[in-house]
Design a protein around this ligand. Structure first.
Ligand code: HEC
Ligand code: HEC
Length: 168
């Protein structure tokens, strides 16, 4: 009787230890998964003059580069710049975000347009209250007159329902 009692306790202890071990192991696995996902989504990315890593020129980048999307990185501002004809891309130009209209107020962000004519960044951007944007080349700066409240630039500037972002 005593022996049976002892071995039951022993068995129980082993089972408890085993389950603690298993829970810890599962927890580790889950945490690892979380970390992988965060690494992917927290990736810092931004376009630079001459870069050729981007793709999908003219398409809406944030269809994919969003939380849970297939694209690498969560883009806060992204799109494509064209020459005045609206069909020839204009690489190595610059996008600027201001607090005031027509270049007034503070310059909040400057994004280099890459060698494919695309720009993108994962930097924090607060659109609350609306911001003003421009596209500039070495010689010209074109201002959007209305306020912008979203960095998904190509979702409006699709070249069909609305003109492309252009600067000459
Ligand atoms: C249909 C979905 C989709 C759209 C739209 C899209 N992307 Fe991507 N993008 C991806 C995927 C998936 C990857 C990762 C695999 C790869 O490199 O192709 C990626 C990767 C990238 C990379 C990293 C490439 C590298 O070599 O590290 C950049 C930069 C990029 N996209 C920019 C853009 C820009 C700018 C736009 C808009 C003009 C855009 N993407 C539109 C899905 C998309
Ligand atoms: C809600 C739709 C919408 C979004 C989003 C949007 N735009 Fe515009 N944009 C317009 C409209 C409409 C015009 C023309 C009227 C005006 O200037 O307000 C315009 C004009 C412009 C112009 C001046 C004309 C030109 O092409 O030279 C620039 C530059 C521009 N947008 C850049 C951007 C950038 C950069 C973004 C993303 C940060 C952006 N836009 C997001 C609707 C939009």
């Amino acid at each position: 009787m005593r022996n049976i009692f002892k071995s039951t306790i022993l068995l129980r202890s082993i089972l408890i230890l085993l389950s603690i071990f298993l829970i810890a192991a599962c927890d580790n696995l889950l945490n690892d998964d979380d970390n992988d996902e965060n690494e992917h989504e927290d990736e810092i990315m931004y376009s630079e003059y001459g870069d050729d890593e981007s793709h999908q020129t003219g398409n809406t980048c944030q269809n994919c580069h969003i939380a849970g999307g297939s694209g690498e990185g969560i883009f806060t501002i992204a799109g494509s710049v064209y020459q005045a004809d609206g069909t020839t891309v204009n690489p190595n130009t610059t996008i600027k975000i201001y607090s005031g209209s027509n270049g007034s107020g503070d310059l909040l962000a400057t994004i280099e347009v890459d060698g494919e004519g695309n720009f993108y960044t994962t930097q924090d951007m607060d659109w609350t209250g609306g911001r003003y944007v421009s596209a500039s080349s070495a010689t010209n700066e074109e201002f959007m007159q209305s306020q912008v409240t979203s960095g998904s630039c190509n979702s409006c500037h699709d070249g069909a329902s609305m003109a492309r972002i252009t600067v000459n």
